[in-house]
Design a protein around this ligand. Structure first.
Ligand SMILES: *Cc1c(COP(=O)(O)O)cnc(C)c1O
Length: 395
């Protein structure tokens, strides 16, 4: 007999909107600015303070953030970039938007993160200058050892773009005992975050780019708004006979996009940011309870070492009969999910020659992984029900 208590749908992730959040959005709607008003700058500053970076650039969504980063890093036709197959496809697609070529390297089964040794092997198989950059992903909220990747990248003249969509608030201590928060600008050249409702901070849609690199920051500001600048210091020389320039003057200097965030979204994101520490603490508490419940059972979990602060966007278990468990949980309204189908096996990427068997660790992981409900408002009763249901099926 499995557990009998029934709950409404328990999703794998869910946003939490408070009355304060709603008031913050309503206030914007009553004011003069709906897009690019004062809440954008306020959100960017508050996020920089939270993450510990120098610059933040708010954009329309996490995918737009990745796209702009690839543009700013100079990805163009033929540029070769390495990422992980176990991620949301946007981590790879951004390279394709710019005409670049995506290369994958396998994951480390101990962390499910991009395996730096596999990346090194891949790089060393090719002539110097063959690759331009690496996009490591803090998958599930487990911070990549970006210090090690920085060293490898510097050795080979590569840039690093950290996809931190899963890891706001995550951090790790490097071998010199220095603490690095994900996206803090100390190691990766650029990092990106998403404010999709299922992520830590919900803004409806939304994204953020973080960096300590002033040149990249200025370039990204321009790319976010069509490639237009209205800053006189950035203007080109007037051409002979040009009508005198007035206050209206601006220049389209390169082809950018409209990837701006609205002021409503920034107000919502900023309001959520005030609770982010408490929400992260709750995620970690839920993870600890899952860890304890599954210890010594047939359910495999990934528990990070003490040097790592996991941000737990996802709580992923690995089981032999994943399909059976998924179906069983669905019949009990537990909406577990699979993260991720390996990107290299997607039909779109298969056309470039990637095929089953290319990345055995990623494919083995995909065959067994299942994300259990993980969000701050998950109740203890709901979590007990999830744990009991999983163990009832797996034992
Ligand atoms: C959510 C997500 C993205 C894309 O973010 P959007 O805001 O949905 O565009 C990119 N990478 C990863 C790893 C994500 O989880």
């Amino acid at each position: 007999m499995g557990p009998v208590k029934q709950f409404n749908n328990i999703p794998y992730g869910r946003q939490h909107i408070t009355d304060e959040d709603i008031a913050a959005v309503a206030e914007v709607l009553r004011g003069p600015f709906l897009t690019q008003g004062p809440h954008i700058g306020a959100f960017e500053t508050a996020f920089s303070n939270y993450i510990g970076c120098q610059y933040s650039i708010a954009v329309a969504n996490g995918t737009a953030a990745l796209h702009l980063c690839c543009m700013a890093l100079g990805v163009t036709e033929g540029t070769r970039v390495i990422t992980t197959p176990i991620t949301f496809s946007a981590s790879a697609n951004c390279v394709r938007y710019c005409g670049g070529d995506v290369f994958f390297a396998d994951i480390d089964p101990a962390t499910a993160l991009l395996d730096i040794n596999a990346v090194r092997t891949l790089i060393e198989k090719h002539p110097k200058g063959y690759f331009s950059g690496i996009i490591p992903v803090d998958f599930a909220g487990y911070p990549v050892d970006m210090a090690a990747f920085r060293e490898l990248a510097d050795e080979h003249g590569l840039w690093l773009l950290e996809d931190s969509c899963h890891s706001p608030g995550g951090s790790f201590t490097d071998t010199k005992t220095i603490d690095h928060r994900c996206g803090d600008g100390s190691l990766a050249d650029l990092a990106i975050f998403s404010y999709h409702p299922v992520k830590h901070i919900a803004a409806g849609e939304g994204g953020m780019i973080t960096t300590n690199n002033e040149a990249l920051y200025k370039h990204l500001l321009r790319l976010r708004t069509h490639g237009i600048t209205n800053k006189p210091a950035e203007f080109t020389e007037p051409y002979p006979g040009e009508p005198e320039r007035g206050g209206w003057y601006m220049e389209l200097q390169e082809l950018g996009y409209n990837y701006r965030l609205t002021d409503m979204q920034a107000a919502l994101g900023n309001s959520q940011l005030t609770r982010v520490d408490a929400m992260l603490a709750r995620r970690q508490q839920i993870a600890k309870r899952y860890d304890d419940a599954f210890a010594g059972t047939s359910v495999t979990t990934i528990i990070p070492p003490a040097s790592v602060t996991h941000a737990y966007h996802l709580y992923v278990i690995q089981v032999a009969d994943r399909k059976g468990l998924y179906d069983s949980l669905r019949t009990q309204n537990i909406m577990a999910q699979v993260h991720y189908i390996p990107v290299h096996l997607m039909p779109y990427y298969r056309q470039f020659g990637w095929k089953p068997g290319d990345f055995p660790n990623a494919e083995h992981y995909y065959a067994r992984c299942l994300s259990l409900p993980m969000f701050p408002t998950l109740t203890d009763d709901e979590q007990t029900f999830v744990i009991d249901s999983v163990l009832a099926y797996c034992q």
